[in-house]
Design a binder for this molecule. Structure first.
Ligand code: NDP
Length: 325
């Protein structure tokens, strides 16, 4: 089968599109014919070796796939079932999505939700499913659109784009923070009511600032997250899901002890199945598919390697669908 393969030699990491023996697929109850995948920030990290995502060589990267079950020893799935997968250690310790086939544990799979095609599911991918986990966390914290605006950082990226569409659809006044203000039209079409330049949030943070929003979805981290926290209203909630701007968090306890702001950690890879299934159920029901379509760039497996550095450089807008099968 065709696959993108990361290997490690004396000269470092190499990434090539090549033939890979199906006999080397790893253990799992279900073999899937992969039809679509996508490219997330984490895939960029794995493809370039910019962070130690891959912990087994050779590795087939790719943390998301959609496809059809080819064979199964699990009662939960039978040949012909449409399924998707996000995370669970693919591209880290288990062979992943950028291949014509994948073999995984049955428990890792999610049945393709009714109303979504495999292509749409991969346009959503881990980025979109993480956006929904963030929305669910803000709701669970008790913050509502009537409490004030929500700010979305890294707005023109994958998590940001889907978060804007979901939040606007749920009635929020969405403030989109982006370094690409030339994409203001794109962001407003997704549902942003206001677009601000990310420089407003990247300066050295003060412990506390003017109250600007009741909630936030932050995919940037570092100074940006610290500034977002400092500008969050009393009793507000901030979903922290990313590190596109850095892994540090130079903040103080001030937003927490002076305003009761809640910082909500979002993790998608090992997210328990009930919350994962609920996120996908809601994505199929609530995400405006016309807006999703506007986010999509479609590529083939042969273009994936070149896109790795581009997504890390913040040059990919919205979501990429990789057509495989
Ligand atoms: P994208 O590259 O699609 O989006 C990231 C966006 O962040 C960019 O488009 C850009 O938006 C902004 N950005 C990039 N670099 C910088 C910078 N140096 N300073 C400020 N802003 C920057 O990536 P994804 O949407 O796929 O992922 C976003 C983040 O979320 C990543 O860090 C990823 O690892 C994380 N993530 C975490 C998950 C979890 O389980 N917690 C799951 C999925 C993703 P703009 O041009 O609009 O400024």
């Amino acid at each position: 089968m065709k696959a993108i393969v990361i290997e490690k030699g004396d000269a470092g990491q190499t990434v090539t599109l090549k033939d890979f023996p199906e006999s080397e697929l790893m253990d799992g109850e279900v073999t899937v014919r992969v039809s679509h995948s996508t490219i997330n920030y984490k895939d960029g990290l794995a493809l370039t070796g910019a962070a130690p995502i891959v912990r087994r060589f050779p590795m087939i990267p790719g943390i998301d796939f959609a496809g059809v079950v080819e064979s199964s020893t699990s009662d939960a799935y039978k040949p012909g079932d449409a399924v998707l997968l996000n995370g669970w250690g693919t591209s880290e310790t288990h062979l992943g999505a950028y291949a014509e086939k994948s073999r995984v544990k049955a428990d890792w799979l999610v049945p393709l939700p009714e109303g979504l095609t495999p292509r749409q599911a991969m346009a959503i991918g881990t980025a979109g499913y993480t956006a929904m986990l963030s929305v669910m966390a803000i709701e669970a914290a008790g913050v509502r659109p009537s409490d004030g605006p929500v700010v979305v950082t890294g707005a023109a990226g994958g998590v940001g784009s889907v978060a804007i569409a979901l939040l606007a659809g749920a009635g929020w006044h969405v403030i989109a923070s982006t370094g690409r203000t030339e994409e203001a039209g794109y962001l407003k079409d997704l549902g942003a009511a206001e677009v601000i330049h990310r420089d407003e949030l990247s300066a050295t943070p003060r412990p506390i600032g003017n109250e600007r929003w009741a909630a936030a979805v932050d995919s940037v981290g570092s100074n940006t997250l610290a500034n977002v926290l400092a500008m969050t209203k009393y009793d507000g909630a901030v979903a922290a899901c990313g590190l596109a701007g850095g892994m540090d968090l130079p903040t103080s306890v001030a937003p927490f002890i002076l305003r009761g702001v809640k910082l909500l950690g979002i993790e998608s890879v090992h997210c328990p199945r009930p919350r994962r299934f609920e996120a996908w159920r809601r994505l199929a029901k609530e995400l405006d598919l016309a807006k999703l379509e506007a986010m999509i760039t479609t590529v083939g497996l042969d273009q994936v390697i070149d896109l790795g550095p581009q997504i890390l450089a913040g040059k990919v807008r919205g979501r990429v669908v990789v057509e495989i099968g």
